[in-house]
Write a protein that binds this ligand. Sequence first.
Ligand code: SF4
Length: 324
Amino acid sequence: MNINTAAKITKQLQAAGHCLVTDDEAADVIIFNTCCVRNTAEQKILSHIALAKQLKRRKPELLIAVIGCLSAKRKINGVDFQLGTENAMDIVEKLGVTLRLLPPTTTETAYIDITYGCENYCSYCIVPFVRGKLRIRPYAEISAEFDQVKDHAKHIYLLGQNVNAYPNFPQLLADLAGRDGDFTLHFLSSHPKDFNEATVKVIAAFPKIARDIHLPLQSGCDKILRLMNRKYTVAEYLEKIACLRRYLPDVHITTDIICGFPGETEKDFQTTMATVKQIKFDAAYIFPYSNRSGTVADKLAGQVPLHERKARATKLVEIMRKMS
Ligand code: SF4
């Protein structure tokens, strides 16, 4: 999603005659398009912003903008503009450029937002607090944007924190995948609680929909899934995997897993490892649990020491490496 926003802002500014520079010293404006879902990302952005502020002391005319979810989370002193994810595009007009309807760029990949925000409140996640409640993008806008890019882009991604929250997502998929054009349609991300057989049937019926499914498991242990407020069980998740493999024998399944979530004992972690081995994912993005203040998980008892979270993540990465 951030890549999509950054590309749109860049395009608007370039159309108005501005150019991208890779050297901060040469820049008139530095825009930080931020994500603070993980603590490490937040710390990294803050250190880059600090460097930009040092530069501004030597070059006061430099403008610094911070857009995206970090801006929704906290006030950042010493920058010129702060805009959250909902109004990130306003930075274009704040910089004196009028937003214009521009023709599509000929690129390999196009991204189309279909939902914004999320209200699932997984207990570890700050997205509902920084990106707001679920909003559904009007069908007419999605459809028009799709028609603009479908003859130019080879890969088109439908984006949302939980694309399955789009009302009748299978119908939307079928509608778009049925249009003319030499494209492959992808979607990101899915929530296992909402991912259903109707969606799988549509994928099977339309060769233009990618056989790559990202279905974040997060934990392979029911006790931890409950603490995470994920609203599905391991058994339910396994049924979705079986359904995918039944209809799509060539499916490529990837996932996300958090290691060392509060309350996760060694035995719980062993359960997750067994689930991962059983499912045989094609790839997994494995992270040690990251505390985010303001979330329920941050206050849960049984916080796992950081070195242990990292050790479990390393162990799981090794298992995935061996299996692949
Ligand atoms: S569904 Fe995704 S974005 Fe929404 S709260 Fe859960 S982890 Fe965060």
